[in-house]
Design a protein around this ligand. Structure first.
Ligand SMILES: [Zn+2]
Ligand SMILES: [Zn+2]
Length: 162
């Protein structure tokens, strides 16, 4: 499930190029990085580094694991990707051009369900203001069992009782 995109003034590529050139030690935007950014921003989904590596190599792109890991870190630093810790897994998703949202994660099938809540936003704003805390972001992950897995579990339980 994807939320509607947020309009942005720049393409992810241009934003990343700008980030690299504005580093204390300006870096070149390499062809491999450009291919990775295009690949990652072609569709919104949650992915981990291993999935991305498989996907990139499956598409016949010859980019090393080290380059992929380094580029992911830079994309997070540049504000293009968001890193979410889900248990022992680190998941990435678009930050640039995508609205702030929270996640529910199914511990059975691994599905990530996105949701937005005005009352959560309001509560966070209140708490941070009370503490004179300048927030740069937050991560809220609700763990549990999704409706589908719950239905499957109940159906099995009924069968076990027969
Ligand atoms: Zn599930
Ligand atoms: Zn998400």
């Amino acid at each position: 499930m994807s939320l509607p995109a947020v309009p942005v003034s720049q393409s992810p590529e241009n934003k990343f190029r700008e980030y690299l050139s504005s580093r204390p030690k300006p870096q070149r935007f390499t062809d491999q990085q450009r291919v990775l950014v295009q690949h990652i921003f072609a569709q919104h989904e949650h992915f981990d580094a291993d999935q991305l590596i498989l996907d990139v190599h499956g598409a016949g792109l010859n980019i090393s694991r080290a380059t992929i890991y380094r580029t992911l870190s830079k994309l997070v630093d540049a504000g293009l990707l968001r890193r979410i810790e889900v248990g022992t897994r680190t998941v990435y998703e678009h930050d640039y051009g995508y609205p702030q949202h929270e996640h529910m994660v199914c511990e059975r099938c691994g599905k990530m369900i996105e949701f937005q809540s005005e009352s959560i936003q309001a509560a966070l704003q209140q708490v941070t203001e009370q503490n004179q805390f300048l927030a740069s972001g937050h991560t809220l992950v609700v763990r549990g069992v999704c409706a589908e897995c719950n239905r499957a579990r109940n159906a099995k339980r009924r069968l076990d009782l027969i």
